[in-house]
Every structure is written in C-alpha cells, then in structure tokens.
Design a binder for this molecule. Structure first.
Ligand code: GLN
Length: 312
C-alpha cells in the first residue's frame, strides 16, 4: 500500500532533480575559504515521512557542513535548558529584514533580533550549559545525535577556516559582550558556534532532522525524543518568520512552510505532522539561500498543496 503512495513521490523527486541539475545560477559561499572549494554540481533531495519512509535522489550521502541550519537545534537546546521566558530576555523573535550576518541589535532591549541570524545564534550558543568548552561541545553533539540518529563529526578544516577568518562574527559577539547580552568568554563562545556550524551532515540526515521536528520532536527512525514537544512550536515559529533570512517573507508567501537554510547550500523544511524535506545544492543567491533548493521547495509545496494556508 505504501508503494502506491511512495513510488510516485520518488519519481517526482527524480524529475525535479533532472529538471534543475543543469541550472548553474548562483555562487558558492566564499567568505569561508573552505566552502569555496566545494563541487558546485552536488545536488540532492530527500523527503522523510513522520512514519519513517525515506525518498532520496542525487548525492544524498555526500557530507557537507550544516552551517546556519544548526541554529534551529541549538535554539531548541537553549529553550530546554533555560525555559522560554529566560531565553526571550537574551534573544528576540522578530525578523530583521536584513542579511544573516548584519551587525544589528534591537535598539531598546539590546537583544539580537532572532535566533536564526548570526547575532541571535551566537547569543543562543552562549547559553549552552556545561562545566567547560569540552563538556558544552559534547552536550551539543549529544543533542544533534538525537535528531540525526547516529554518530556525528565536525569538519576541522571548515571549523579552522571560519575561526581564522570570522571577524565579522567576532565583531557581533563583541557588540553583545559590550551590552551584557553575552557574559562568557567570547572566544570560547565563538569556537562553539563555529563548531556547531562545521557539523557534518548529508541530505538524508537533514531530512531526518526535519522529520523529527515534524513528528513532535520524536525521531522517526530511532523513536527517541530529541526535544521536548512543548518547544517544537517555538522552534517552528521562528523558522517560519525568520528561517530564510531576508527572503523569509517571499518564501512564506510562495512555499508557506517553516524552513532553515545555511550557506553551505542546505535547506531544511518541516511539514508539520507529515514530512521532513531537505535539499542540498551549494550554489547560493545573493541572500545566501540555495538557488536550486528554493526552486525545488516551491515546486514541491505547489504540487502537493503543502503551504500551511492551502485548503483552509
Ligand atoms: N557559519 C556561518 C557564519 O556564521 C553560518 C552562516 C549561514 O549559514 N548563513 O557566517
């Protein structure tokens, strides 16, 4: 019976992959030198249902660094560790309408606008509990492992590349230190932030992570509760309003689903109670979103009526 539903989906994914694989628009992220070395032709799409079926096409086992998509999960971890009210005193939930790396804090509260842009994500990372840098990293890796369902590793070259060139993020962190929004050692916070960004995943892992969020925080493959279900709503809300940076308005208008992109070329989309969708293609538009990724998600949303306001 699942064959009947599943095989058409796989062939739809194959057709979309074929349709867009020759689209060469966009640029590799080159402000992180290691990311500029990636093969721009890599391209994969993966869909996972909340009951654990997987449909994958293209280079879906190719590993890449998760980059900004990590922000979603670290935000969830901060919520679990401190509760919603405290986290809200450190990072807001308003879209910025500006680039992901903009050096801007809320004028009144001095909080970064939201946890999906760099400033907010660095503030979120500074909230992670642990007795020292190693324990904090290990606790974070444990959290990611629950969503992914297997062991995970950090790409040391990408980590070092960002650590040695990430002066803009360093400036953002210093600004927050100045306003007392961060009260930890800045270099330690940035190391953990660069480490979370350099976490290696493949397209299938991203689909599992998305499906876990779609499934009230329960990983459909392992059955493990990756995050308390109370916080899934909070995470999906900021993904919906802020997940695609200063493209989020247009994205919500056309695709209508909570999502998060990263500069390595991944996009992760959640269809609540139904699916996790992931696309990987490293060529990016001016706002830092995967060009092919956006197209694939627009087509899938339209074809299957996935926009949350379809069929109201
Ligand atoms: N590590 C990247 C940075 O801080 C993440 C940005 C992104 O993926 N948009 O610049």
């Amino acid at each position: 019976e699942s064959e009947a539903i599943s095989s058409p989906l796989l062939s739809v994914l194959q057709d979309l992959h074929q349709k867009y694989q020759h689209l060469q628009e966009g640029e590799l992220a080159d402000y992180i030198p290691e990311l500029a070395k990636v093969n721009p032709d890599l391209f994969s799409i993966c869909v996972m249902t909340t009951d654990g079926q997987i449909f994958a096409v293209g280079d879906y086992q190719h590993l890449f660094t998760i980059q900004s998509i990590s922000k979603v999960f670290v935000y969830g971890m901060a919520l679990e560790e401190h509760g919603r009210d405290y986290v809200l005193t450190k990072v807001g939930v308003e879209p910025t309408g500006e680039a992901f790396n903009s050096i801007v804090l809320d004028e009144m509260s001095k909080r970064p606008y939201n946890p999906m842009v760099n400033a907010g994500a660095i503030a979120t990372t500074s909230l992670i509990k642990g007795s020292g840098p190693t324990e904090r990293l290990n606790r974070m890796l444990d959290m990611f492992r629950r969503y992914i369902g297997h062991d995970i590793f950090i790409d040391i070259s990408v980590f070092m590349s960002e650590r040695t060139t990430g002066h803009r993020n360093r400036a953002i962190a210093h600004l927050m230190l100045n306003f007392g929004m961060i009260d930890r050692n800045i270099e330690e916070v940035l190391d953990l932030y660069f480490q979370q960004c350099a976490l290696m995943v493949n397209c299938q892992d991203l689909a599992v992570m998305a499906a876990t969020l779609a499934n009230n925080g329960v990983n459909p493959l392992t059955g493990e509760q990756a995050i308390k279900r109370d916080y899934v709503r909070d995470i999906l809300s900021v993904m919906y309003t802020c997940g695609m940076y200063n493209f989020t308005g247009e994205w919500v208008y056309n695709v209508g689903l909570p999502a998060k992109s990263g500069v390595s070329g991944g996009i992760m989309v959640v269809v609540p109670n139904k699916l996790g969708i992931a696309v990987f293609s490293p060529l990016l538009d001016e706002r830092g979103n995967s060009v092919r990724g956006v197209k694939i998600c627009e087509e899938l949303s339209q074809k299957y009526g996935l926009h949350i306001f379809d069929y109201l």
